[in-house]
Write a protein that binds this ligand. Structure first.
Ligand SMILES: N[C@@H](CCC(=O)N[C@@H](CS)C(=O)NCC(=O)O)C(=O)O
Length: 214
């Protein structure tokens, strides 16, 4: 059985868990935190979570894990077969990761763990998010999913990255990103109705509560 290592506050962990749940893949969650210990690096060479444990070995990096799962468990498919459509889905997922998730991540410390970021960092994050949202708005169709009629990995990145990035943006930068990309709202609401999202959001809430108690 596939084991997913990580923790429920992690966006990336939640993305992989979403794919496992959506595809109904039997799996086990193993609470694991990032580490630079030698034995950990054998499983996840950059010392990060998530990573999965399969009968053939370990895989780290969310996009590699998701693509592996999509090939091994093709239903429902989260990546199109046709090369152009496949490239467009990957293009969008990549843009969300690089230009939304990664800049917003620089302020997660302040949002989640009360570690204030300096004003210069905030300025950079705001500028990056504005450009990132513009790019996504021009690529995505949101009809009704991010890349058209089928749920795809672009939706996985959109939901988990944009939701948290917008929280960062509203609370710390006084800017609602969804105002720049209003059609994303309908797609996010559609995704919110999926049982897998509901289950993951509950687990994240519980994990955050126990994080803040520590
Ligand atoms: N590129 C990685 C990023 C994963 C990531 O940032 N994981 C965080 C937890 S959410 C982590 O393990 N951080 C530890 C570190 O930065 O050393 C992926 O796609 O899986």
């Amino acid at each position: 059985m596939i084991k997913l290592h990580g923790f429920a506050v992690s966006n990336y962990f939640n993305m992989v868990n979403f794919v496992l749940l959506t595809k109904n893949i039997e799996h086990q969650l193993v609470a694991t935190f990032p580490s630079q210990q030698d034995d950990f690096l054998l499983k996840s060479p950059r010392g990060m979570v998530p990573f999965i444990e399969t009968e053939e070995g370990f895989i780290s990096e969310t996009s590699a894990i998701i693509e592996y799962l999509d090939q091994c468990y093709p239903t429902p498919a989260l990546l199109p077969q046709a090369p152009f459509e496949l490239a467009k889905v990957r293009e969008l997922a990549r843009m969300i990761e690089l230009y939304i998730e990664l800049p917003a991540r620089r302020l997660y410390g302040e949002l989640l763990f009360n570690k204030p970021a300096d004003p210069e960092t905030k300025k950079h994050v705001q500028a990056s998010l504005t450009k990132g949202i513009k790019a996504i708005a021009s690529l995505a169709t949101f009809s009704p999913y991010t890349c058209g009629e089928q749920l795809s990995i672009a939706d996985v990145y959109l939901y988990f990255s944009l939701t948290l990035a917008n929280k960062v943006s509203i609370e710390l930068l006084d800017q609602d990103l969804l105002k720049q990309i209003p059609s994303a709202k309908t797609t996010l609401e559609l995704l919110e109705q999926l049982p897998a999202i509901n289950q993951i959001n509950l687990a994240t809430k519980e994990a955050l509560a126990s994080f803040s108690k520590r």
